[in-house]
Write a protein that binds this ligand. Structure first.
Ligand SMILES: Cc1cc2nc3c(=O)[nH]c(=O)nc-3n(C[C@H](O)[C@H](O)[C@H](O)COP(=O)(O)OP(=O)(O)OC[C@H]3O[C@@H](n4cnc5c(N)ncnc54)[C@H](O)[C@@H]3O)c2cc1C
Length: 425
């Protein structure tokens, strides 16, 4: 079995597969395993998995040690260039993974492949900020790498655009490193990161958060000199007359992550336009038999602990497929899963077995009171408790086997996961 990516997702998948009896190789393009956690030197990891608060490198090291204690083959400094699944041939399909390594170009073959390539950050060009193109505009994760790994200081006076968790963590890191943070500016009328990060990273360090405000111009020739910020209306359009100039030499962008799926698409894997990750079934298998996906390449996670749990499932299922002991058997059913109401996505997108199924979803906007409902063929099969939901939190919902059976008995081909706000009376 070949695992692509040696971050927390790849390592957890590889360890679970190894435990299930598979022969496993991990391919990682960096010199070290650990993925993005190597640069996340702040605490907050491991609270659910290890019941202990760890930094990112500490969390990663626990898995690196476990991998080293096994005979899992680790190909470092090795970039996967492509996956060739050949003709889908019965149950003996073999995938060929081509990689470029210090030893030259290599090909590994596996009965199963786990995609665990993580995600990348959205850049200035993806959100189209007008203005000149001076030095000093960074994605927040790149600045995090400069400071925490390369020991480089990106600037002295920063503005942060976007209140996602990476932006909030970087507001605190910059402050601690002696970089003055003028403020965090957020397009939406609410903060996008976890509540605990708003408190620990902004409130505790006196960094102001400006909601419903965005950067509307980048100013500077060789180096950034200032940004123009404007308030936005309810349609998120800048309001003329509200422009302010904020002098700064650094603009950090924390404006979203995109699953790194070029390899997946080239391998014929279908993507869900909502998650920008693969469409998978309940065992996290993509539409290409024997190719599984987990972690941030599948959907963006806020907590590494959730990445680990999900990836252990993918690794165990991929091993069962590779060893011919489980997934990949004749499906029990074929149901699609769709989001509705304020649910932005629902994962898995397909259900092929009548069994307890973990559904993940995220809402598109915060609400104080809403209810999860499961529907099939226009009939409500389940209604959850009324409670608040936030876009920053990835939710999970255990879909009982009996609800899947009820949907099939109704002749439905689709299960709908709807999150419906309860309007005030
Ligand atoms: C900048 C940034 C900061 C973050 N900070 C936090 C945080 O503070 N706390 C938190 O809980 N979460 C944070 N996250 C979320 C974090 O990404 C996840 O919690 C977790 O690290 C995802 O694990 P992963 O293994 O899916 O991805 P990653 O950790 O990104 O690992 C993916 C690995 O795949 C490798 N790879 C990709 N393509 C190839 C290829 N073609 N060939 C070989 N190898 C390849 C990459 O080099 C990388 O090592 C952050 C994410 C980013 C992008």
């Amino acid at each position: 079995m070949v695992v692509i990516g040696g971050g927390p997702a790849g390592m957890a998948a590889a360890l679970a597969a190894h435990k299930a009896g598979a022969r496993v190789a991990i391919v990682e393009r960096e010199q070290h395993p650990g993925g993005i956690l190597r640069q996340c030197i702040h605490p907050g990891f491991g609270l659910s998995h290890f019941k202990q608060e760890l930094t990112g490198p500490e969390y990663a090291q626990r898995f690196i040690d476990k991998v080293h204690a096994t005979d899992i083959a680790l190909f470092l400094n090795s970039m996967v260039l492509g996956i060739d699944s050949g003709e889908p041939a019965e149950d003996t399909a073999v995938h060929t993974v081509t990689l470029m390594s210090p030893a030259g170009m290599l090909q590994l073959t596996g009965r199963a492949v786990v995609l665990a390539m993580g995600c990348r950050e959205r850049t200035r060009s993806e959100i189209k900020i007008p203005g000149s193109r001076p030095a000093g505009v960074f994605t927040a994760g790149l600045a995090q790498r400069y400071i925490n790994i390369e020991n480089l200081k990106p600037g002295s006076r920063a503005v942060i655009l976007g209140s996602g968790d990476i932006g909030l963590i970087m507001a605190r890191r910059c402050t601690l490193e002696g970089i003055s943070v003028e403020g965090v500016y957020e397009l939406m009328p609410y903060a996008n990161g976890l509540r605990r990060n708003v408190k620990n990273c902004l409130d505790d360090f006196g960094v102001p958060l400006h909601l419903s405000t965005t950067v509307t111009r980048v100013i500077g020739h060789d180096r950034l000199e200032a940004v123009e910020v404007s308030q936005v209306d309810e349609r998120l359009a800048p309001i003329p007359g509200t422009e302010r100039i904020i002098p700064c030499d650094t603009l950090l962008l924390s404006v979203g992550l995109i699953p790194e799926n070029e390899l997946s698409v080239a391998a014929g894997v279908e993507l869900d336009p909502r998650t920008r990750g693969a469409v998978v079934d309940q065992s996290l298998q993509t539409g290409v038999p024997g190719i599984f996906a987990c972690g941030n390449v599948l959907h963006v996670h806020d907590l590494a602990d959730n990445v680990t749990t999900e990836s252990e499932r993918a690794g165990a299922a991929a091993a069962a497929y590779a060893l011919g002991t489980g997934a990949g058997a004749v499906p029990d059913c074929e149901l699609t899963v769709s989001p509705a109401g304020i649910a932005g996505y629902a994962l898995p997108g397909r259900i092929t077995a009548v069994a307890l199924t973990k559904l993940n979803f995220r809402v598109r906007r915060p609400v104080d009171a809403a209810r999860v409902r499961i529907l099939a063929g226009g009939v409500e099969l389940f209604a959850g408790k009324v409670r608040p939901f936030k876009p920053s939190v990835m939710e999970s919902f255990p879909l009982p086997a009996k609800v899947i059976k009820q949907a099939l008995d109704l002749g439905a081909s689709k299960i709908v996961l709807s999150v419906d706000p309860i309007e005030e009376a």
